[in-house]
Design a protein around this ligand. Structure first.
Ligand code: F6R
Length: 592
């Protein structure tokens, strides 16, 4: 959701556009760049995809620096006027911004009274206007005064017509600065630094400053700061060229993620902060996440309850923060997030912290805000996930949550901890007969609704499968507990209805098959999804049976989701949708 890049160096237009492309995966609906060209600021903006922007950007003479932005609309529609950068009235300042200026309406009212004109509906434009309003020739003073009147979250990259510097400020929104010789890059995602530099500075809350060819000056309310850069550890380039879309590439990378998890959690220093922790006063575990991460949380509850006696439950982050949850020093709050930047999950963390709970982040982006804040960090080691629909991260989340359940068991009971079951999972991780899955995708593409039912953990897998199909194929795939069928939604079932029955839980298999029969008796076409070898007199009655490997452990959920991710992917492609960028969605949801 929104991306920032800024650059000091020759040919900024191309560098900015190339890096905006790297940020595309976060989701956006318009984009723009501003370039300092001699004594002018040249601005190019367009609605829609970056290719629209590329078409209109012209080479700028004597261009020495610039800023760029991908915008996911919050204040004002996604059009060219509201796209960033925003320039001040006299075109002296240009600003790109991630985050939300909460008091922008009041600021705008005051500035209007002072004769300042506005052109967009955005909150960001007030920053450009304030900079000009307070500009008496000292850029830091103008910035300081501007920041002193704004409330909210921001990562800001700013250029000024009269100077060579890139000005920046950060508060509750990620911002990083990389340096390569005389060239400087500012970005909201370190993915931009791949191939540019091997060290970068993290801009913390309340920090601001400027960068020029001689280096970076960072300040906070106490004055100038000396900061150490962080080493860039991961390389972000992969085998993109082998795949048409990131989504399918990332589904197939699930196996690598599982292997990485095994290797990482085989090292005692990576799990002992849990296994050696004194959980004496902890009575409850609360697992929090949004969307797919919430589905992982539901799985996590089952796993932790299976291995320990903790009172355990899951909550959607956006609900948790408004619930007055009964948590305190006796609670372990597990925050699950691929990006570590999801606004609701971060707010849930703040609440947990306020109430003195012990916090654990189950996280993919290890340099993210959530990873920096939580007491304990359990990385999921999935590697960069770019497709908006989360796939390998979900599988990695439930794998790590399973290990967390074993770590907690080890901590409270004194038994040993081993990640060996994960290597068994790796050895059995199969993607099934993809041609058959493609055939199902061919069938699904012509349906506008699908029903998915299951019991226990199968219900959670069904929920995640339905989310994948909804978001990438725009098909209304509804999930119900199988036992709920006759309590209402059976009324919707007729001979046009596909009912997908998830049946991989042995103890309740016959019950689930009974529910499949209830739907079949009303004419529904049943697709049975199971890991068991069932007699043909059962399976012959069904429209289709998808059989997956029985791994015989709590990690069955990883095997179970793979075919559904593949079906969702091909259904999307068949419908001519770009599965990497479903409409209206963003990769990292940094606003409430
Ligand atoms: C769905 C999906 C979203 C995210 C959710 C939380 O495919 O990706 O539902 O899971 O927005 O995001 P993170 O995990 O980054 O907190």
């Amino acid at each position: 959701m929104c991306g920032i890049v800024g650059y000091i160096g020759g040919g900024p237009e191309k560098i900015l556009l190339d890096n905006l492309k790297k940020l595309e995966y976060r989701g956006y609906d318009s984009a723009g760049i501003a370039v300092k060209s001699g004594k002018n600021i040249k601005v190019f903006k367009s609605a829609g995809e970056i290719k629209n922007l590329i078409r209109i950007v012209k080479p700028c003479e004597n261009a020495t620096s610039g800023i760029g932005h991908t915008r996911w609309a919050t204040h004002g529609k996604p059009d060219e006027i509201n796209a960033h950068p925003h320039v001040s009235e006299n075109r002296k300042w240009a600003v790109v911004h991630n985050g939300i200026i909460e008091n922008y309406a009041d600021i705008k009212k005051d500035l209007l009274k002072n004769g300042v004109e506005f052109y967009s509906e955005t909150d960001t434009e007030v920053i450009a206007a304030l900079l000009e309003f307070y500009d008496r020739g000292d850029k830091l003073e103008a910035l300081n005064k501007t920041l002193s009147v704004v409330n909210g979250s921001y990562a800001l990259a700013i250029i000024n017509r009269d100077s060579e510097e890139l000005v920046f400020a950060g508060n509750k929104s990620p911002l990083f600065i990389g340096v390569n010789g005389e060239n400087v890059m500012i970005a909201s995602d370190i993915i931009c630094f791949d191939g540019f530099c091997d060290k970068y500075y993290v801009i913390e809350n309340g920090e601001y400053g400027y960068a020029d060819k001689s280096g970076i000056k960072i300040f906070d309310k106490f004055g100038k700061k000396e900061k150490e850069p962080v080493r860039l550890k991961c390389s972000f380039s992969g085998n993109e060229n082998l795949y048409t879309h990131y989504m399918i590439k990332e589904i197939y990378e699930t196996k690598d993620a599982v292997k990485n998890i095994y290797e990482y959690y085989s090292e005692p220093h990576n799990y002992e902060m849990i296994t050696k922790h004194d959980f004496g006063k902890i009575k409850k575990v609360r697992l929090i996440g949004c969307g797919t991460a919430y589905h992982a949380a539901l799985m996590g509850v089952e796993m932790i309850e299976n291995e320990t006696d903790f009172d355990c439950s899951a909550c959607v982050a956006s609900e948790f923060r408004y619930k007055n949850p009964k948590i305190g020093e006796d609670t372990l709050v597990v925050l699950i997030s691929q990006s570590g930047e999801t606004a609701d999950t971060l707010a849930a963390f703040e609440l947990a912290k306020q109430k003195c709970a012990l916090t654990v982040a189950v996280i993919n982006v290890e340099y993210s805000t959530l990873a920096k804040k939580c007491d304990i960090v359990l990385p999921i080691k999935a590697g960069v996930e770019k497709a908006v629909a989360s796939t390998k991260a979900y599988s990695a989340q439930i794998t790590v949550l399973y290990l967390l359940s074993l770590m907690l068991k080890s901590a409270v009971s004194g038994c040993g901890f081993s990640a060996d079951e994960v290597i068994n999972l790796y050895n059995q991780c199969e993607f099934g007969n993809v041609n058959n899955l493609k055939l199902l995708a061919n069938v699904f593409q012509y349906n506008d609704k699908l029903f998915m039912i299951g019991r226990g953990k199968d219900y959670f897998t069904a929920s995640e499968a339905s989310l994948k199909i909804k978001e990438t194929s725009y098909i209304n795939a509804d999930t119900y507990y199988a036992g709920e069928l006759k309590h209402g939604f059976l009324a919707l079932v007729n001979s046009d209805t596909f009912v997908i029955v998830f049946a991989t839980e042995k103890g309740i298999l016959t019950k689930t098959l009974g529910n499949a029969e209830e739907a079949r008796a009303r004419g529904a076409k049943i697709i049975l999804f199971t890991c068991f070898d069932l007699d043909s007199d059962i399976t012959d009655k069904f429209y289709y049976v998808i059989k997956v490997k029985d791994v015989g452990s709590s990690l069955q959920g990883v095997i179970n989701i793979l075919p559904w991710q593949i079906i969702a992917y091909y259904t999307s492609v068949n419908k001519g949708i770009n599965p990497d960028k479903p409409r209206n969605l963003a990769k990292s949801v940094t606003v409430e």
